[in-house]
Design a protein around this ligand. Structure first.
Ligand SMILES: [Zn+2]
Length: 143
């Protein structure tokens, strides 16, 4: 028998971080996301463009970072379909892709497409997803 998850469990495993300046040093990322822009940090000391956005550069340990905008279009490198085991609040199936956006690569959620439509090399664009509680998550849509 599977027990229903409690809200304590949900908050303990919250996949959506708090996004305001009181809770998050990288709140500018979420503010830009809310405006449809994908931002990350770039190290002012060594020039490395970092993903995810950080407060300290993992290459040279500098804390001198500035915000930089990633290109509007990215490309699918590879993708997968998740058919079970989603966090509460996420509807299955979920599609995730390893994406190239300018100098950085990361895993992103694909929305508005069936797996048959996806392929390596297809172009995607940021399509932020507002959550029920007002927070926002990055997602990507085929162009
Ligand atoms: Zn650096």
């Amino acid at each position: 028998m599977v027990e229903k998850l409690t809200w304590d469990y949900v908050y303990g495993c919250d996949p959506v971080p708090q996004q305001t300046s009181e809770f998050n040093k990288l709140h500018e990322y979420y503010e830009a996301l809310n405006e449809g822009r994908l931002m990350t940090t770039k190290c002012d000391a060594c020039g490395q463009v970092l993903w995810p956005p950080r407060t300290v550069c993992p290459e040279c340990m500098s804390g001198r970072l500035s915000w930089t905008q990633l290109p509007d279009e990215g490309e699918i490198i590879v993708f997968t379909v998740q058919e079970s085991g989603a966090f509460p609040g996420f509807t299955l199936p979920l599609i995730f892709a390893y994406l190239q956006f300018g100098p950085v690569r990361f895993i992103g959620k694909i929305i508005g497409a069936e797996p048959e439509e996806l392929a390596p090399g297809k172009k995607v664009r940021l399509q932020p997803e507002k959550q029920e509680d007002g927070r926002i998550l990055p997602a990507f849509r085929l162009i």
